[in-house]
Design a binder for this molecule. Sequence first.
Ligand code: B4P
Length: 190
Amino acid sequence: MRLILMGPPGAGKGTQAKFVAERFGVPAISTGDIFRANVSRGTELGIEAKRFMDAGEYVPDEITNKMVRNRIDEPDAQPGFLLDGYPRTLAQVEELDGMIKFTGHALDAVVVLTVNQDELVQRLLQRAQVEGRADDTEEVIRRRQEVYAEQTEPLIDVYRDRNLLIEVDGQGEVSEVTDRIFAALSSVPQ
Ligand code: B4P
């Protein structure tokens, strides 16, 4: 399976990606996690990415695309993958199209988690208390939401037009959301 998991900041992409990837036996590739791992290791990529992440902005496409391309080329991603948080811009969609075409396969589905605005902010502020992520302050959360609306929401129509879009209600218990995703994906041929 070659899947994408999309949704606004705090929709639960990272939370659900683990379960979905395990279910389908593919690696979960989270651009946010890879950036954060680089930030904590103090790599050149991490230092560059941190500037954007802390401000609630997207890391430039050039950097993000190269990173994903390298990750998708790894042996464990050859049978399939679940992308969590990528693509987020139209330029990333194009880049991903090229990467997938090169493998001779196709995308199977794009799952979008929908959660109302108030709950999104609540979740992120709650996470701020537990994890203390630099981008979970109220001001930065607002910016992340704006960036999502401007740059990522248009992707929903792109994938809808390709008949790949599956919208899933991301509210309720984590396990309820997981069950909904599994049910929605059960009709996708593998
Ligand atoms: P991400 O790591 O993808 O951040 P996110 O959108 O906040 O995470 P997610 O939606 O996965 O939320 P989570 O499951 O944790 O990106 C961070 C930054 O990296 C971006 O802002 C950007 O700067 C950069 N970046 C990443 N990808 C990029 C790209 N492709 N291009 C450019 N830049 C990129 O859930 C949030 C909280 O809700 C958690 O605390 C969780 O416990 C809770 N939660 C989850 N499900 C719940 C439920 N059902 N009920 C209650 N709470 C729930």
